[in-house]
Design a protein around this ligand. Structure first.
Ligand code: NOJ
Length: 532
């Protein structure tokens, strides 16, 4: 059970309105009270913060906004003392344009070794006025920007799959490999337990000057929130992305794995990699490569029995084939919060208990355990480059990044005593940890109970098997080892089910279930954990 901390919005220790590493240290008692095993921190490295820190200007230094390297070291030690492991984010697809390498590249000549660390090319068309190929940025607009050369004239173009402040690194260059190994070791030497690898499928680009046959379609397909594209068309476009999932990425992770394995303890890696079809995910977790890969299926699956079962079965089967652990996530800093997405706290609670009962690792995004909703923000508050580059057509991800409410009656709800970099809504008061602590029926107490049970119950957690049983339409029904049974009713009507044996209720996502012998009544939109 891994809890994602988005440091900027977790807890602010110095009153500047921005969360920081000391704030995470202060929050450790709360984190360990949840019953999680590890925390994963989104980037806190030196950054101009054009993309929430995923624009790294020095991966071996901490941005003053977040603290110091000493704070990062203290955080690792304090988390270990609290029994929690620590995973850092590593961002190898791109650097910030403020990284010294890119600054040097800008001040060097075309063809220089400084430029060879990135993807610099001459443009096409008259005077090289057009980008070298037709690829679009994932944040909208072209994925190339043109630089001004020493003579004051527009010159070469550089590739940026994300914002223009995030130039892509050239992984054909051994210097890039060496630098990342140095970064891995820098943090491993300081005791970090693992890495979450950003855009892990993007590093190798083997056909960089080749146009894509349908750049506009591809841009749409990459935005999973956009309706109006058939599953088949999307699948076709996504299985053929010229800048993703190339064979070359695997050699990189084999090297990284060797480095990780040199260190003591149980250190791990998890890939953020959107690859299609999903069966290609297994290639990232082959023996000798990475340990886990995120499975984002649930972020785009409705609370609907057949779709959920299909998504769960597919991932379990695929990961089993390769001997890797499946992973599950209901939200993260890039997607709408679960309650806002499914638009119903009851469904969200039921979804969480369904997901947490599956074999494998569960990733929880900060605030999910409070049932927090997305913040409503005015356009002038928004900072996400996806919002800015699309002129607001893409609402962006700021809604899920609004700082956490700790205390209902304090200013900024206890997140900070001096401000909040994104404004919190008044309603966040109702989700404050101190309010939820006292309410036995709160989201927080549901998560605490479920996480405690996951630790105690021999059939839960871990990778032990799962057996699906036939059930009426709209019902999910499976069992696991040691007599664990899950029943989830995804419909709006209560339903009665007769189990083969008498059972007892271990946990319910909301009240109202009843059980007489082996006859269970499962209320609408409710998940039950049972012992048989
Ligand atoms: C994925 C990260 O989760 C996201 O926040 C970021 O914008 C992109 N990668 C680019 O680094």
């Amino acid at each position: 059970m891994i809890y994602q901390v988005y440091p900027r919005s977790f807890r602010d220790s110095n009153g500047d309105g921005i969360g920081d590493l000391r704030g995470v240290i202060e929050g450790l008692p709360y984190l360990s009270s949840l019953g999680i095993d590890a925390i994963w921190l989104s980037p806190f490295y030196k950054t101009p913060n054009k993309d929430g820190g995923y624009d790294v200007a020095d991966p071996r230094d901490v941005d003053p906004m977040f603290g110091t390297v000493k704070d990062a070291e203290d955080l690792i030690t304090s988390a270990h003392d609290a029994g929690l492991r620590v995973i850092f984010d590593i961002v190898p697809n791109h650097f910030s344009s403020e990284h010294i390498w890119f600054q040097k590249a800008l001040n060097s000549l075309p063809g220089s070794s400084e430029r060879a660390r990135f993807h610099f090319f001459d443009g096409r068309g008259v005077d090289g006025n057009e980008p070298p190929n037709n690829w679009n940025s994932l944040f909208n607009g072209p994925s190339w920007s043109r630089v001004i050369e020493a003579d004051g004239k527009p010159g070469q173009w550089y590739l940026h799959l994300f914002d223009s402040s995030q130039p892509d690194l050239n992984w054909d260059n051994p210097e890039v490999h060496e630098d990342f190994i140095k970064t891995l070791r820098f943090w491993l030497d300081r005791g970090v337990d693992g890495f979450r690898i950003d855009v892990a499928h993007g590093l190798a680009k083997d056909e960089i000057l080749k146009d894509h046959r349908d750049p506009a379609g591809l841009t749409q397909a990459l935005r999973l929130d956009l309706p109006g594209m058939s599953k088949e068309v999307r699948a076709g476009l996504l299985s053929d992305v010229p800048f993703f999932d190339r064979e070359g990425v695997h050699a990189i992770y084999k090297d990284w794995r060797k480095v990780i394995d040199e260190y003591d303890g149980d250190r791990m890696t998890v890939a953020e990699a959107f690859v299609y079809p999903s069966s290609r995910q297994t290639r990232y977790v082959r023996p000798g490569e990475l340990h886990q890969i995120f499975n984002f299926d649930f972020l785009a699956t409705d609370w609907e029995a057949s779709a959920l079962r299909e998504a769960a079965e597919r991932s379990i089967t695929e990961m089993n084939e390769i001997g890797a652990s499946p992973t599950w996530a209901l939200d993260n800093h890039d997607s709408p919060r679960l309650v806002s997405r499914v638009k119903d706290p009851a469904k969200a609670r039921a979804f969480a208990l369904f997901s947490q009962a599956l074999p494998g690792s569960q990733y929880i995004y900060q605030g999910e355990e409070l049932g927090l909703i997305d913040g409503e923000l005015s356009p002038s508050d928004r900072q996400d480059p996806a919002f800015i580059r699309s002129g607001g057509a893409d609402i962006g991800r700021d809604g899920a990044r609004v700082p956490l409410p700790w205390k209902a009656d304090e200013k900024y709800f206890g997140f900070s005593n001096g401000g909040s970099w994104l404004p919190q809504m008044d309603s966040y008061k109702n989700y404050a940890m101190d309010v939820e602590e006292k309410d036995p029926a709160s989201f927080l107490n549901l998560y605490r109970s479920s996480l405690a049970l996951r630790k105690q119950h021999a059939g839960l957690g871990g990778d032990s098997g799962i057996t699906w049983h036939e059930a009426p339409e709209g019902i999910l029904y499976f069992s696991r080892a040691a007599g664990f049974v899950l029943l989830a009713n995804t419909t709006d009507k209560s339903i009665e089910i007769t189990l083969p044996k008498p059972a007892m209720i271990l946990l319910q996502s909301q009240g109202g279930a009843s059980l007489t012998g082996s006859v269970v009544t499962v209320p609408a939109n409710t998940t039950l954990w049972l012992q048989q």
